[in-house]
Design a protein around this ligand. Structure first.
Ligand SMILES: NC(=O)C1=CN([C@@H]2O[C@H](COP(=O)(O)OP(=O)(O)OC[C@H]3O[C@@H](n4cnc5c(N)ncnc54)[C@H](OP(=O)(O)O)[C@@H]3O)[C@@H](O)[C@H]2O)C=CC1
Ligand SMILES: O=C1O[C@H](COP(=O)(O)O)[C@@H](O)[C@H](O)[C@H]1O
Length: 508
């Protein structure tokens, strides 16, 4: 059986061919843009069990037609019209509150009726609850579900979206509340970066290639940079963003997850708990980030685009919330002592890009002075790629050394490639009961310990400097100096990608 069919079979086996999926917050942005399109693709490509039904739940009043229109608006699969019509037949909307037993009892009655109508036997009445909700209602919803809608005649899966708290204390409170209702085995904390193709590739690159596994440490690696750049600002999301800021929105979760996969030791197997054990261990080796290891910024109006403070959805017009941050983590263990892990993220920058850049040390006693350092780059998005910058003799009569690359750009190497969205892959994992790409509660605790002291200083404005940067720029002017301070050598000399010229060079 091919690996894809194996996954289909695994879903069927885990769920005995039946599941009811409840999307809480079905009227919201995430549900419309991500959750339902992902569920549709899983349906279209045959990953949902034969007997699947999806119930949307939220407070808003919506007719059946309005609901169907809303949840299918962002489905973009070509030639799938017929399947969209079929998909509409396996879903419906149920209105209710998030903090009221009666609403949840009514939801439970509705689910029971559906399960009976669909002929699902006791023991197979599996339910998945997907909380596409603001964090303010996670706890009442968890209690309401546990008390009234928990699958007593089948398995329960609860999917929770980030943010998982604001700091160590609030995250602990959330974790404890969830733990009162569900076992860790039943909870799936989504960090959608763990569903991205290149992030899932990290373990394979590291542990299935002898030349990487041998040089993956402080002896050979000089620095690691994990970069997230978005070309748009907080537009329309100012209310949410201002409360969280770029560190809580992107760095504490997405970029730290990537860091842990880059830095962790080899797990004893590819089992979920083995992987998560190693991630927790490496996070525990990182002390809290110092303010002196941080560069913070906020974008201002430029190029006809409004500054952060001009966002109409922002309440505090003097906000000092960072929209850009470059932070350095130090992993204090035998493998990584002294190697900076630079996490950079910003909104309203000049580019849309996420990448992991590993810069190696200088070649000792190098015969070729001025040869650039090697770098391994994993481009997460757009256009997934793995490439290695390395030095080569310039082809032809020249003995000149040029920097070039071994380039595995996915779209040229793998023809007709369609990379699934992170949510497709993660929802499939939930059904397969594979926790590898979800955040465990002790992982979360370790992650918040690294960021909480710094975040409290920023929240309290304690000696914190926020540099301005222009909308559409590379970030604060201090950025190049900042990464240089941690040893990053930006040698662009002779670098050309792709090579334009291979003839004799003038320097022969
Ligand atoms: N949007 C995105 O792209 C991403 C979102 N997330 C996370 O997913 C979750 C949902 O995000 P998103 O869909 O954008 O959120 P929304 O603000 O769209 O909220 C979802 C639904 O929750 C209900 N709701 C909104 N505000 C409140 C409130 N104050 N009290 C009670 N109910 C409320 C509304 O439904 P109704 O009033 O009908 O009940 C709304 O339709 C969040 O945790 C978010 O951080 C994560 C990654 C990306
Ligand atoms: O979680 C979030 O992620 C998005 C970026 O996700 P991507 O898959 O488009 O890279 C970010 O825009 C948003 O602010 C944040 O909440």
């Amino acid at each position: 059986m091919n690996p894809i069919d194996q996954m289909r079979a695994q879903v069927c086996k885990e769920l005995n061919g039946a599941i009811t999926i409840v999307v809480l917050g079905a009227s919201g942005d995430l549900a419309k843009k991500k959750t339902y399109p992902a569920l549709f693709r899983l349906f279209h490509y045959g990953f949902l069990p034969e007997n699947t039904f999806i119930v949307g739940y939220a407070r808003s009043k919506m007719t059946h037609e309005e609901y169907l229109d809303r949840i299918t608006r962002f489905i973009k699969v070509k030639g799938a019209e017929e399947d969209i019509e079929k998909f509409k037949k396996i879903t419906s909307y149920h209105q209710g509150q998030y903090d009221d037993d009666k609403s949840f009892q009514s939801l439970n009655d509705y689910l029971k009726t559906l399960e009976k109508e669909r002929g699902i036997d006791v023991g197979k009445r599996n339910r998945m609850f997907y909380m596409a909700l603001p964090p303010s209602v996670f706890i009442p919803v968890a209690h309401g579900l546990k008390k009234n809608v928990y699958a007593k005649e089948g398995s329960t899966r609860v999917v929770v979206e980030k943010p998982f708290g604001m700091d160590s204390a609030s995250s602990k409170h959330l974790a404890q509340s969830l733990a009162q209702c569900f076992s860790e085995e039943e909870v799936y904390r989504i960090d959608h970066y763990l569903g991205k193709e290149m992030v899932k590739n990290l373990m394979v690159v590291r542990f299935a290639n002898i030349f990487f596994s041998q040089i993956w440490d402080r002896k050979y690696i000089d620095s690691v940079q994990i970069t997230f750049k978005e070309p748009f600002g907080s537009e329309g999301r100012g209310g949410y963003f201002d409360e969280f800021g770029i560190i809580r929105d992107v760095i504490q979760n997405h970029l730290l997850q990537v860091l842990s996969l880059v830095a962790m030791e080899r797990p004893i197997s590819t089992e979920a708990e083995a992987i998560r054990d190693e991630k927790v261990k490496v996070l525990k080796c990182i002390p809290p980030i110092e303010l002196s290891d941080a560069l913070l910024g906020q974008y201002v109006a430029a190029n006809g685009k409004p500054g952060y403070l001009e966002d109409e959805t922002l309440k505090d017009k003097n906000s000092l919330t960072p929209t850009f941050a470059a932070l350095v983590c130090w992993v204090q263990n035998e493998r990584w002592e002294g190697v900076p892990f630079i996490l950079k993220a910003g909104k309203a920058l000049n580019d849309a890009k996420v990448e992991i850049r590993i810069q190696f040390r200088n070649v000792a006693g190098n015969l070729y002075k001025g040869a650039a350092r090697n770098e391994l780059v994993l481009r997460v998005q757009p256009e997934e790629a793995v490439y290695i910058k390395f030095n080569n003799k310039e082809p032809g009569l020249s003995y000149h050394t040029i920097q070039t690359d071994l380039d595995l750009s996915y779209h040229s190497r793998y023809k007709d490639l369609e990379i699934p969205d992170a949510y497709d892959s993660l929802l499939l994992d939930v059904m397969r009961r594979d926790h590898s790409n979800f955040v465990r509660s002790d992982e979360l605790e370790a992650a918040w310990k690294i960021f909480t002291p710094l975040l409290h200083k920023i929240d309290g404005r304690e000696g914190v400097k926020i540099e301005n940067y222009a909308y559409g720029s590379r970030g604060p002017a201090q950025l190049d100096g900042f990464v240089k301070r941690y040893g990053y050598d930006k040698s662009e000399a002779h670098y050309a990608w792709p090579i334009q010229k291979v003839g004799p060079s003038k320097e022969q």
